[in-house]
Design a protein around this ligand. Sequence first.
Ligand code: ZN
Length: 225
Amino acid sequence: MARRMHLPAQPFSPALMPSTPPNLPAAGHLLRSALWVLMLLAAPFARAFDTVVLDAGHGDFDRGAAIGYVYEKHLALDTARRVETLLRKAGLKVVMTRSRDVFIPLPGRAAVGNRYGNAIFVSIHYNYNRGGSGAGVESYYYHTRGYTLAGYIQAYLVQRTGMTNRGVKHASFHVIRETTRNPSVLIECGFVSNSTERARMMTGEFRNRIAEGIAQGIVAYRKAN
Ligand SMILES: [Zn+2]
């Protein structure tokens, strides 16, 4: 659960990239085309990142989404630890904004996201809606450079879990807005408020699938960029 300001959905398919850049103001077709040419030319010269900053949402008094004794802060930390293990096995360096049940203010999390060059930032959350009808996974970006990363993670997360694909979305969440040095995304890994999804996410086996989806998306994004 993360405070949101606006969220137009964006369809995404890695296989179909690139088509048009996301979220550009009405800049004219020519300018958009020119920007894409520049991005494509720049891509081969960009060094592959070697560090992943993982941000487990909430912590301590900030439980995040909570139903009974199921707290988002615990689910997010457990998932982040599983992703950490998988990424280290894949040869990547991992930095955790928190690895225990502590509260870190949002600016402190973004500061870690900006501390390393050659890195990406991935914030892990679980979702909540009133009434409990919400279902599925969604991935957020704020700056355009996070869009492709969000798309890869979203695609692999859906593939690995079979959960409803709510798509790649744009929103002004603090940690992804203020992490400006590196591509940054925020992942909502299912609804604590949905009794069916909550029952699944309470099992380590399912949180492992979620972690595999996130880690596989990161590794595939790295190979493609
Ligand atoms: Zn959250």
